[in-house]
Design a protein around this ligand. Sequence first.
Ligand code: SF4
Length: 460
Amino acid sequence: MLIRKRPMTTEPPPNERPGTVKKVERAAPRVGFVSLGCPKALVDSERILTRLRSEGYEVSPDYDRADVVVVNTCGFLDSAKEESLEAIGEAIAENGQVIVTGCLGVEEARIREEHPGVLAVTGPHQYEQVVEAVHDAVPPRHDPYVDLVPAEGLRLTPRHYAYLKISEGCNNRCSFCIIPGLRGDLASRPANHVLHEAERLVNAGVKELLVISQDTSAYGLDIKYAESKWHDRQVRARFLDLCQELGSLGAWVRLHYVYPYPHVDEVIPLMAEGKILPYMDIPFQHASPKVLKAMRRPAHQEKTLDRIRSWRQTCPELALRSTFIVGFPGETNEDFEMLLDWLREARLNRVGCFKYEPVDGAKANDLPGAVDEDVKEERWHRFMALQQEVSRDVLAEKVGRSIEVIIDEVDEEGALGRSKWDAPEIDGSVFLNGDTGVKAGEIVRAKVLHADEYDLWAER
Ligand code: SF4
């Protein structure tokens, strides 16, 4: 078994190579690496180091010059475990900033009991987690002259807005959906990872952050709302805390895929104060309790109309977007009429509606009471016609008001933008006909002159 108990260097730092001039300022953050254990662990160390070097980290030959030290441990024999614990202790005493990985990492409690000061503990082969822990301790430095990829990453959206994914997967098991089977249970990103990314995006010129996930309001549940260090403070991985922090970055923050769990009420005051956009995309899917139950929807037991009323009392500007399914197995005329009544009452700003279709592997396929295609079609048309009326009325109330518009496109005929109540791609537009004096990404004030059932027309 190969055991090394000293910082492992693959090469001297560039500013100490013979013939190079010693720089006064550090070119990049430095990682010290102690690699213990067998050749498999050594290969893990090489992979981690390769990744860190490719991100611009330098490898420190000693503890003093390292910004953080990674100890790759061995957990094979008791003697190897002891040696690993000793190595962790030595790194803490010499440097203080220590991340533990490798086989002993599976005994996190033991490591933390003996060395409570370690920054993070990960197990064997958890390359991503080790690298993320290094990022948390010492963020990589972006060098615009050398890096092939911009600091904010490569994006397919226009420069002024960006999607920000806060978690992957979903703990719910809606009967019509196969996403949890494809993507697994909820896996939230640590709050500081999300915030670092959001900050990089805003620094790169993004004016609007679109928060997405499968279940945004469940954020942090799987990681027990763990705190992580963001600038000089600890931030909890909680829906409210994340919204507060994102709201401090100076960009529009728009929330998508929010389920109306009770704690969602807590973010409405942030919307009323203008910290985040007064907008929520909540896929209600239906209004009949019987259908919602058959759909196995999360939070279906909440009295959503009462909730909506109270949200609007706190934040009268709140815009709600939603999606619905008509023709779900077992949906009766009565259920459908209940949905229409609910829609009239709820006065949602934007609504999408789908005719139910079976998806391979979904539990709903086994439900009795399939609805005929022509009935689905008729219900869909009635639903959409009603929502058009609602939407026309809601938008008519904006006429005469001065509103903020984020500009998406400008051509020789004028500018096209969106209000705070409209997400890109899925909602309506604000047309500034003949206005060519603005640029994409600018946020301007304009007076609404006209509205139809989808869009607004305004002038500055
Ligand atoms: S539809 Fe239901 S199960 Fe599917 S991703 Fe959304 S909340 Fe999760």
